[in-house]
Design a protein around this ligand. Structure first.
Ligand code: EPU
Length: 444
């Protein structure tokens, strides 16, 4: 791919929203899969590392950056702040020397919650920031109170007016102050915002009850590679000793554990032996444990390669929890799998309040699921039938594809704007494994 400087919406590599909303996936189920699938860089790491690059007034290079709509939107946010971006394949060069910390546009921030993560780095580096509140989304209300309370504890004055967050640090050097912060909930986003903010604060910050997700560790390693002093990332207590400035960095994003988990489920649901690489087994402990409870075996083949050996599928119970608990981002995909697993399973969604809307779509395909509050009671059935279904959010769209791969007949998955936010090239990857899946444009 040619060198490409990203400076406006028109030269991003994604299809337009209109094209995406008109295209659908047609899947003919019950084709066995085989071979190896290559996993892309982690969306949720790449997004926060892009925000983290705002801390650095020098060149940053990120490798293994996936091509996704969410990454394009984050690129637009950075560009609107004045950042110069150059993308060459999966390498993204970021130059945030001359930027305006108050220029984030409402319409893009409202489409991408992760863009709010810019608040921490901008406030830490400039002592002032103006950024729209991100609002709710398809899976829940998703407040940012914990982000804001933490920044206030570090000395920021925060005013929310007409949907815009204005944050300032008073004093001659406009520098955030280290603080002891306890999070009421181990929020991934709040931990990331506060970790980034603390890298340039004066003195020591501790974040207690911090999130422990691999993406937090990746962000800490990225900041450490720029000269930050961070200890304990990946545990529930992170200590950050502020430094005066950060320097250039060349850093590779970790593999996407949710994409890897989704492909492992694709093997399980089609009774196919496949390998998945690069996938870090340590990041997938709860996913592997549940696949084994359901009847599959996972063999670690070294060099970050996992082999799925399929088995007779049987019921199990799953409760989503903060890491190292079972990830909410894999809940929908496992629901598709449990629809085919003999016996009764219960899935409890505890992280987001509105993340079970795929139940109605799976029911359309013949799944036997009852909803009781945040619990889905699933009775395995011998088969599902292909049907037209609508994606309700990103991970739900993956679940419907998985169900389609195992169902009898043809499934049509609509609402692909959700899918394209977070899965790079999924239909080509599945086709290479042997799936019959096509993206077609529907004529109205
Ligand atoms: N929460 C609060 N107050 C806050 C912040 C969060 O109540 O100030 C609540 C949320 O409403 C939610 C829960 O805490 O009920 C978890 O939210 P968290 O902040 O941990 O999640 P996030 O940072 O908004 C990230 C991922 C999500 C992933 C969650 C949980 C990114 C860009 N997003 O969201 O990814 O589900 O962590 O692991 O990193 C996805 O990729 O499909 C996705 C939704």
């Amino acid at each position: 791919m040619e060198d490409k400087t990203i400076n406006s919406i028109s030269n991003l590599t994604q299809p337009s929203t209109k094209e995406r909303s008109q295209s659908v996936l047609e899947i003919w189920g019950r084709n066995p899969l085989q071979g190896n699938v290559k996993i892309s860089g982690a969306k949720n790491s790449a997004l926060v590392l892009m925000a983290g690059s705002l801390l650095c007034p020098k060149d940053c290079r990120l490798r293994n950056v996936p091509s996704l709509v969410d990454i394009s939107r984050m690129s637009q946010i950075l560009t609107s702040l004045g950042v110069k971006l150059t993308k060459n394949g999966d390498v993204l060069d970021i130059d945030a020397r001359d930027i305006n910390p108050t220029a984030a546009p409402y319409d893009i921030v409202s489409q991408l919650r992760a863009s709010f993560f810019a608040v921490g780095p901008l406030l830490a580096r400039f002592g002032t920031v103006k950024i729209p509140l991100p609002g709710g989304c398809d899976i829940g209300a998703r407040p940012v109170k914990l982000h804001i309370q933490g920044l206030q504890a570090m000395g920021a004055s925060v005013l929310i007016e007409s949907g815009i967050v204005h944050a300032d640090v008073k004093g001659s050097n406009r520098r955030l102050q280290g603080a002891k912060i306890y999070l009421d909930y181990p929020s991934v986003g709040a931990t990331e915002t506060l970790l980034m903010a603390a890298t340039l604060a004066e003195g020591e910050t501790t974040i207690e009850n911090a999130a422990q997700e691999p993406e937090i560790v990746d962000l800490a390693n990225f900041c450490i590679a720029m000269g930050a002093k961070i200890y304990g990332a990946g545990t529930n207590k992170i200590t950050i000793v502020g430094v005066d400035r950060l320097h250039s960095v060349d850093y590779a994003v970790i593999p996407d554990r949710i994409e890897a988990g989704t492909f492992l489920v694709a093997g399980a649901i089609t009774h196919s032996e496949i390998t998945v690489s690069s996938a870090i087994a340590d990041h997938l402990v709860p996913v592997i444990a549940k696949l084994e409870a359901i009847g599959c075996r996972i063999i670690n083949e070294g060099e970050n390669c996992l082999r799925l050996i399929p088995g007779e599928l049987k019921a199990t119970d799953i409760e989503t929890l903060p890491y190292p608990g079972f990830p909410t981002d894999m809940q929908a995909q496992f629901m598709a799998l449990l629809c085919f697993s003999e016996g009764n399973s219960v899935i409890s969604e505890t992280v987001f309040e509105n993340r079970l809307r795929h139940v109605a779509e799976l029911q359309r395909m013949g799944a036997n699921i009852r909803l009781k509050g945040n619990h889905a009671l699933i009775q395995g059935v011998p088969f599902l039938s292909g049907a037209p279904v609508m994606s309700t959010d990103l991970r739900a769209s993956a679940a419907l594809i998985l169900a389609g791969l195992a169902a009898q007949g043809k499934t049509i998955v609509r609402g692909l704007h959700h899918l394209d936010r977070g899965y790079e090239d999924i239909e080509n990857k599945l086709r290479k494994l042997g799936a019959r899946i096509e993206r077609v444009t529907e004529s109205n």
